[in-house]
Design a protein around this ligand. Structure first.
Ligand SMILES: [Zn+2]
Ligand SMILES: [Zn+2]
Ligand SMILES: [Zn+2]
Length: 129
C-alpha cells in the first residue's frame, strides 16, 4: 500500500518534469497550457491565433497566411490552398451539379447558385389575394 502510493507520486512528479521540459523545448508558436494535448498547435500570426489538434492542420492553415497554393487545377492551372477548394473548383470543368432544386429540374455546381435560384419559386405577392 505504502509502496504503491509512493510510486504514484513519483510518476506524477515525473510527468510535471516532462511537461516543463516540453514547454522549454517547444518552438515559440506551440503554447502548452493546462489543456496540454487538446489543441497544442497555435497559429503564430498575431491577428489569427487559431488552434489545431494536429500539426498537419496548422501547416495547411499556414498556407492561408503565406499564400502558398500547392493544389493546382490540371485543366486551367488555377491554384488553391487546400484540396477541398480545388475539388469544388473542378466541378466548373466537369459540369458536375450536385445541388438540385427541389421544385424544378434545375441543378447547380455551387450551393450559392442554388440558393439564388430558389428565390424565383417564392411568390412575391403571396400575402395578396
Ligand atoms: Zn492563422
Ligand atoms: Zn480549373
Ligand atoms: Zn427551381
Amino acid at each position: 500500500m505504502k509502496e504503491a502510493s509512493r510510486s504514484f507520486s513519483a510518476k506524477a512528479e515525473l510527468l510535471v518534469t516532462i511537461r516543463k521540459q516540453i514547454c522549454h523545448a517547444s518552438p515559440p508558436y506551440v503554447v502548452w497550457t493546462s489543456v496540454v494535448g487538446e489543441r497544442p498547435f497555435e497559429c503564430p500570426v498575431d491577428t489569427c491565433r487559431r488552434r489545431f489538434t494536429q500539426s498537419s492542420s496548422l501547416t495547411t492553415h499556414m498556407r492561408t497566411h503565406s499564400g502558398a497554393r500547392p493544389y493546382v487545377c490540371g485543366r486551367c492551372g488555377r491554384a488553391f490552398a487546400d484540396s477541398s477548394t480545388l475539388k469544388k473548383h473542378v466541378r466548373v470543368h466537369t459540369g458536375a451539379r450536385p445541388y438540385h432544386c427541389d421544385v424544378c429540374p434545375a441543378a447547380f455546381s455551387q450551393s450559392g447558385n442554388l440558393r439564388r435560384h430558389r428565390r424565383i419559386h417564392v411568390p412575391v405577392n403571396s400575402s395578396q389575394p
